[in-house]
Design a protein around this ligand. Structure first.
Ligand SMILES: Nc1ncnc2c1ncn2[C@@H]1O[C@H](COP(=O)(O)OP(=O)(O)OP(=O)(O)O)[C@@H](O)[C@H]1O
Ligand SMILES: [Mg+2]
Length: 206
């Protein structure tokens, strides 16, 4: 049996995170690896309610409130979904996690990393993803991909400079070994080949 692993998907809005979830699901399934797929903000009933508030364009919140709500949802997610699954030997694949707070509330909005790091330690107590797939793409490419499809949420509506800061903040974090930076400007096949090779490495790291 493969030891349980925690994988997160990160990147700016429209970078392509959700597009590859099904590929990852099938890749793991083909190897008989049992996995839980989840997302942030969200992943629990309370977390999904908070997600609704956080993404709603009606919501007004101070920077610290926004950050605290993200971590409140994350605490619930860790307690009720992520830690129990890992303890039961299941892999966990989360569409966004704490790197998104460093990127959006930190890089995007200007909350100091040191404040976010306090909350990271509070809720994670040392737990970190084993692999973070960072889908990196120029903000204008991501915006063009999204524009055709949907109404934009509270973060997606931010101006181009905001998304550029979010991207830079992600890339600045990606020096840690758990990160795989994936050039998401390419076609799906090229991206999936990269994802598969990183997953393979994770399986072999047993
Ligand atoms: N490599 C790619 N080539 C072409 N189109 C892509 C690529 N990756 C994603 N797209 C398209 O871009 C759009 C956004 O992709 P997706 O929803 O996966 O992004 P996301 O990172 O999950 O965004 P969000 O953060 O808003 O959830 C989708 O319409 C998707 O089909
Ligand atoms: Mg998505």
């Amino acid at each position: 049996m493969h030891p349980a692993r925690f994988i997160t998907l990160e990147g700016i809005d429209g970078a392509g995170k959700s597009s590859h979830l099904e590929f990852i699901r099938q890749w793991l399934q083909a190897r008989d690896i049992s996995a839980v797929f989840t997302r942030e903000p969200g992943g629990t009933p309370l977390g999904e309610a908070l997600r609704g508030l956080l993404l709603s364009v009606e919501t007004e919140a101070s920077l610290d409130t926004e950050t605290l709500l993200m971590f409140a949802a994350r605490q619930e997610h860790l307690d009720r979904v992520i830690r129990p699954a890992l303890a039961a030997g299941q892999w966990v694949v989360s569409d966004r996690f704490t790197d998104a707070t460093f990127a959006y509330q930190g890089g995007g909005r200007g909350v100091p990393d040191s404040r976010i790091a306090v909350l990271e330690q509070w809720v994670q107590q040392g737990l970190q993803p084993d692999l973070t797939l960072l889908f990196d793409v120029a903000p204008d490419v991501a915006a063009a991909r999204m524009a055709t499809h949907r109404t934009l949420d509270r973060f997606e509506r931010e101006q181009a400079a905001f998304h550029a800061r979010v991207r830079d903040a992600y890339l600045a974090r990606a020096t840690a070994p758990r990160f795989a930076v994936i050039d998401s400007g390419r076609d799906f096949d090229a991206i999936r080949a990269d994802i598969a090779s990183r997953l393979q490495r994770l399986v072999e790291q047993a």
